[in-house]
Design a protein around this ligand. Structure first.
Ligand SMILES: Cc1cc2nc3c(=O)[nH]c(=O)nc-3n(C[C@H](O)[C@H](O)[C@H](O)COP(=O)(O)O)c2cc1C
Length: 196
């Protein structure tokens, strides 16, 4: 079954590397038949949070925010590609997510973290787990952790070397886990209206 999956990535750096992992995941999900789309916070360019989407009178939110709200509302699942700056989350992605709340509810989310070093963004991975739970998503337990991202994925987003092979081996299980929860959430939404 085709699932509509949004893949979020939020580095604003000119020389950003995590885009390789984001593109790899979008391609991998599409290869499984999913309708996956990269949501690149830098390309969307929301301003620093002033009003949340829901604080705008209906129909008056800036067009990029309105378009993104509709994409989030109608998606079946989310993947968050999370880098790490000084043990914390990347501000661009956090800023984008904070614009929305109810739009995220009742869908599963998966986290794929990365870094330039050896710890693969483990601290931001764990921080995002709590953030996504607070925003009403069910965070699946499978995760991907990619160390030395610029070496693990080449410029064409292809896995390379032993770490790349490990990523390619881990991806199907990660995607299967997300697909299982996506199917479960879809079925539940069809059976019962959400309680709030
Ligand atoms: C401001 C800044 C802080 C960083 N802090 C960390 C860190 O705490 N842990 C880590 O593993 N890597 C850290 N790094 C290295 C990043 O993992 C690496 O630069 C990575 O490519 C950043 O993601 P991006 O290229 O998608 O922006 C930091 C990089 C920057 C620019």
């Amino acid at each position: 079954m085709t699932d509509r999956i949004l893949v979020f990535y939020g580095s604003y750096r000119s020389d950003r590397m995590g885009i390789r992992l984001a593109n790899y995941l979008v391609d991998g999900l599409k290869g499984r038949g999913d309708d996956a789309e990269l949501i690149d916070a830098k390309a969307i360019g929301l301003p620093m949070l002033d009003r949340m989407y829901k604080e705008y009178p209906k129909g008056s939110a800036p067009p990029p925010m309105e378009a993104l709200a509709e994409k989030i509302r109608t998606a079946d699942a989310f993947v968050f590609v999370t880098g790490e700056y000084n043990w914390g989350v990347q501000p661009g992605l956090k800023n984008l997510t904070d614009h929305f709340l109810e739009e995220w509810f009742w869908r599963p989310a998966a986290i794929a973290s990365y870094s330039g070093g050896r710890l693969a963004g483990a601290r931001s991975n764990s921080t995002w787990h709590g953030i996504l739970s607070e925003m009403g998503m069910v965070v699946i337990s499978s995760t991907l952790t990619v160390a030395q991202v610029g070496q693990t994925l080449d410029e064409a987003n292809n896995p390379q070397g032993p770490a790349g092979q490990a990523l390619a081996r881990a991806f199907p299980r990660f995607a299967d886990d997300l697909a299982w929860w996506t199917e479960a959430a879809k079925a539940q939404r069809a059976r019962h209206a959400s309680p709030y």
